[in-house]
Ligand binder design. Structure first.
Ligand code: SF4
Ligand code: SF4
Ligand code: SF4
Length: 381
């Protein structure tokens, strides 16, 4: 959607968890409603200049639920008012670790967030922790909160990041944990990357083991195609790829976008602007500027030297690393942050290139098989 814009808005840099692979540098900064108003007016004015019709705000932290639900209710009203004044549509999406969830959130989650929340859990959990506690406690509290949210009718989508233990237990067990034991019908598996300060946990992430990780993804694709697809279980990015190769409308993840700098930006509670949450919290050299220090958000973006590098990356890759690739029009060289955190440069292709190619091939074949099976069924009828 060309006339759509996305904003990852970090309402606070505080967190009630202490995940060992977290890429964020935490602080006590929290967004005030006054400052939110300034951000929103500037972003919406930019949308008017660029004729962008709609905006999705992805609310994240730190931990977004450390601000109270009443704050979000006021924020919602404020944003609606500013959007209506300019004839723009704004949608909201909430990403939370759910540790602070309680029934007081239900009204705003229904009214503002379409009764849906995105959260994160790994299996086995090695690195996600409550402050000063063991990973097991995290899972127990997370499980309880998610159960309560579901009982209140809230849809919960889960993002999981594979670690060494995930590769050891394998795809079958991983799938069974999420789909069968937790009853999660919508989850997404993100490739790990060592963003931010180096830690032992980040060094342990299976980033250099692309072959093993590829095997895991391909095995998981088989399990999903056999047991989940067509039976109400959605796994990203498999389902979106299958739709893409079936010529159906598909929302692919930002990692395969033409150029994420054209479609998305992130702002933290201090007003710092950068490409996405990892860049804004951990890489000050790649900040585009500060929205509170500019008069015009479009000018800030246009004149940012850091953003120019993001804009040059796809052109560079088309002319070099990705020139011969059959999937160039789908992948565009992959994700800048994964590239930067592994190679220390934006001007290389994504370190998961081989994994992506294997997935693309597998899902392309699955789409062809499904289309052939549908034709055979029609003929037999
Ligand atoms: S990964 Fe998310 S939940 Fe975990 S410490 Fe970082 S910000 Fe908090
Ligand atoms: S850097 Fe990667 S994760 Fe961030 S917006 Fe771009 S593609 Fe998405
Ligand atoms: S699959 Fe690899 S070579 Fe192809 S576009 Fe993506 S990163 Fe480039």
């Amino acid at each position: 959607m060309k006339s759509h814009f996305s904003l990852i808005l970090l309402s606070t840099l505080q967190c009630n968890a202490d995940c060992e692979y977290c890429f964020e540098i935490k602080s006590d900064d929290r967004l005030t409603l006054d400052r939110l108003g300034e951000i929103i007016r500037k972003v919406l004015d930019y949308m008017v200049e660029k004729s962008l019709a709609s905006l999705t705000i992805y609310w994240q932290g730190g931990e977004a639920m450390l601000l109270p639900p009443t704050w979000y209710e006021q924020a919602h009203t404020l944003i609606q008012r500013e959007a209506e004044l300019r004839g723009k549509q704004v949608f909201h999406s909430l990403q939370s670790n759910m540790l602070a969830y309680n029934a007081r959130w239900n009204r705003v989650i229904a009214d503002m967030f379409g009764n849906s929340v995105g959260t994160s859990l790994d299996y086995p959990n090695r690195h996600r922790k409550l402050l000063g506690q063991a990973p097991d406690n995290y899972n127990a509290i997370w499980g309880q909160r998610v159960q309560e949210a579901r009982a209140a009718g809230i849809e919960v989508q889960v993002i999981a990041v594979p670690n060494q233990a995930t590769l050891e237990v394998g795809a079958e067990r991983f799938y069974a944990y999420f789909a069968d034991e937790l009853g999660v019908s919508d989850f997404q598996v993100n490739t790990p990357f060592p963003g931010g300060e180096a830690t032992a946990a980040k060094r342990e992430l299976p980033v250099a083991e692309v072959e093993k990780l590829t095997r895991f993804y391909l095995d998981l694709a088989e399990v999903w195609l056999e047991r989940g697809h067509g039976r109400g279980v959605s796994i990203g990015p498999f389902d979106a790829l299958l739709r893409h190769f079936s010529y159906e409308p598909a929302t692919l993840p930002c990692i395969w976008g033409e150029n994420c700098a054209n479609a998305l930006v992130s702002i933290d509670p201090r007003g710092q602007v950068a490409q996405c949450d990892c860049w804004v919290t951990s890489y000050p050299d790649y900040h585009y500027g500060n929205i509170f220090e500019c008069d015009n958000f479009g000018e800030l973006l246009k004149t940012s030297a850091a953003r120019q590098q993001f804009n040059q990356r796809p052109i560079h890759l088309v002319q070099h690393d990705c020139l011969e690739c059959d999937y160039l029009a789908l992948c565009h060289g992959g994700c800048p942050v994964r590239t930067y955190t592994v190679h220390g440069s934006l001007f290389e292709k994504d370190p998961y290139c081989e994994l992506y190619k294997a997935l693309f091939e597998r899902m392309q074949r699955a789409a062809r098989d499904l289309a052939q099976a549908a034709v055979a069924t029609r003929r037999a009828a």
